[in-house]
Ligand binder design. Structure first.
Ligand code: SF4
Length: 480
């Protein structure tokens, strides 16, 4: 297999609830606040006294549940939901979650955020043993492993299955009498537990979903942990002791909503600190700071406060277009930038602008924004990035799996500056990033995965390893 297979990767959002008469509706509202994590498809599965029902489809949550009857039929006091991100080629309703598995003696639903690094080998092995997959997503693998386990009790089967899958995963499993949440041994993806006034327990990829439904945050799920929620309350268990926090730093940089807290750190505050640190590392003269809306506005605020430069609204975003990160072709991506951003000439004309962005992936977007600012009259555009250069692919759930796609993997900082047409280009240092996020932990890299930036993966890469290693001339390294 080649590591350039893209069909296995996705960045999604999951939400679950147990113990509320309006479980499916609350799941809808929870998912609505997680919509930024996936716009390709959505689904909700409800549990009505052991009877599992589901509705799922392609599109935004509001489109999937345009007909209220589709939500009304999901009665019951438990529910799980999923919003899915994927590239266009994988668009198929079969891949939309939650999955629902019905066997003669049991049924359960499954929702997954992340990417398994040994999916291909597990799938081959399972197929050789007679398993039939109904989707091309790696998320289904866990269900087959649970089903095929010879362990006599359900929790034993689940623990055995969880110890066989590798990579990044946050799972929600809905059984007839319980809701189960589980996180990978590095906790790559965020997952938090909350409680509602009536005692209902909620689980969400991000805490911003708790605010929307009036739930109170209890704590985050720990790496390698299993959380079991049933009518008797919450029980915490684990399937491995070999754990070490390495949460994806891109959650703080780009993915998560600014009003979410992850491992005790508010995302907006972390971004502000990244901006302030970036200002300390920035070495050029400028007149104004302009953040690229929306995910760079917090970093721009921090940069402006630290540098003493005015923070101006020099770029306006059309809120009704999708993120360029998820558009499939170069040409569409460029069109997307034009559709979604405008430079404000009355603000930037004649000014030396520090343009703050959260990251540079392919460089196309940055080049276009620099051009927009210059066309609007900016005399200089200094690009300052609130994260280190993205030079390595991600195998834990983010949509970049080849180095060829990353401008920083193939060009020096000076070459990148020239390609994007900026007057200077500054990236935040890796140490600066780690200090700015500031999770309270003794884990390496401040409990963060920074493999995107340094190529040091917190786990072996399993199915991806051989080809990837060859592609780097063995430059890849591991710290565990
Ligand atoms: S490689 Fe990058 S995107 Fe992937 S989990 Fe690590 S930090 Fe996040």
């Amino acid at each position: 297999m080649t590591y350039e297979v893209k069909s296995l990767n996705e960045e999604c959002g999951v939400f679950g609830i147990w113990g509320h008469p309006d479980a499916a509706k609350l799941t809808y509202f929870g998912l609505h606040s997680l919509q930024h994590r996936g716009q390709e498809g959505a689904g909700i599965l409800s549990n009505d006294q052991g009877k599992l029902k589901r509705h799922r489809d392609m599109g935004l949550l509001s489109e999937v549940f345009k007909n209220p009857a589709n939500l009304d039929k999901l009665i019951g006091t438990g529910a799980i939901g999923h919003v899915r991100y994927a590239t266009a080629g994988e668009a198929s309703v079969d891949n939309i979650q939650p999955f629902l598995f019905r066997f003669h003696d049991m049924q359960f639903g499954l929702a997954h955020n992340g990417n398994l690094t040994n999916a291909e080998s597990l799938k081959q092995e399972l197929e050789q043993r007679g398993a039939i997959f109904s989707s091309t997503s790696d998320s289904e693998i866990l269900a087959h492993l649970i089903r095929r386990s010879h362990n006599p009790n359900l929790m034993g089967k689940i623990k055995e299955a969880l110890s066989l899958v590798k990579g990044g995963f946050a799972y929600l499993l809905m059984f007839e009498d319980k809701l189960i949440a589980a996180l990978d041994p590095n906790g790559f993806r965020p997952l938090s537990i909350g409680k509602m006034a009536n005692g209902a327990v909620v689980i969400s990829s991000e805490t911003c979903a708790f605010e929307v439904i009036g739930a109170e945050w209890i704590r985050d799920v720990k790496p390698g942990e299993i959380v079991i929620i049933d009518d008797n309350g919450i029980q915490y268990d684990s399937y491995t002791n070999d754990t070490q926090l390495a949460i994806c730093s891109m959650e703080y940089i780009y993915f998560a909503r600014p009003d979410s807290n992850i491992h005790g750190v508010n995302v907006h505050t972390a971004r502000k600190r990244m901006g302030a640190q970036l200002a300390r590392e920035f070495k050029h003269e400028a007149d104004i700071v302009v953040g690229v809306p929306n995910s760079s506005l917090s970093a721009a605020m921090g940069f402006a406060e630290e540098s003493g430069l005015p923070n101006e609204m020099g770029l306006i975003k059309n809120q009704y277009t999708q993120r360029t990160f998820i558009q499939p072709t170069q040409e569409l991506r460029e069109q997307g930038v034009r559709m979604k951003l405008s430079a404000v000439s009355g603000v930037v004309k004649g000014k030396r602008v520090v343009m703050i962005d959260d990251s540079i992936v392919r460089g196309t977007t940055s080049r276009r924004i620099v051009q927009l600012l210059k066309e609007a009259g900016a005399s200089e555009v200094h690009v300052a990035i609130g994260s280190p250069a993205l030079a390595y692919p991600c195998f834990y759930g983010i949509d970049i799996q080849t180095r060829q796609e990353l401008i920083a993997a193939n060009h020096t900082v000076e070459e990148t500056r020239q390609i994007i047409g900026a007057d200077s280009l500054t990236y935040l240092s890796i140490d600066g990033l780690i200090d700015s996020i500031g999770i309270e932990t003794d884990a390496p890299n401040g409990g963060l995965c920074v493999a995107y930036f340094d190529g040091k993966y917190p786990t072996p890469l399993y199915d991806y390893e051989e080809d990837y290693r060859r592609s780097l001339d063995d430059k890849i390294s591991f710290y565990k």
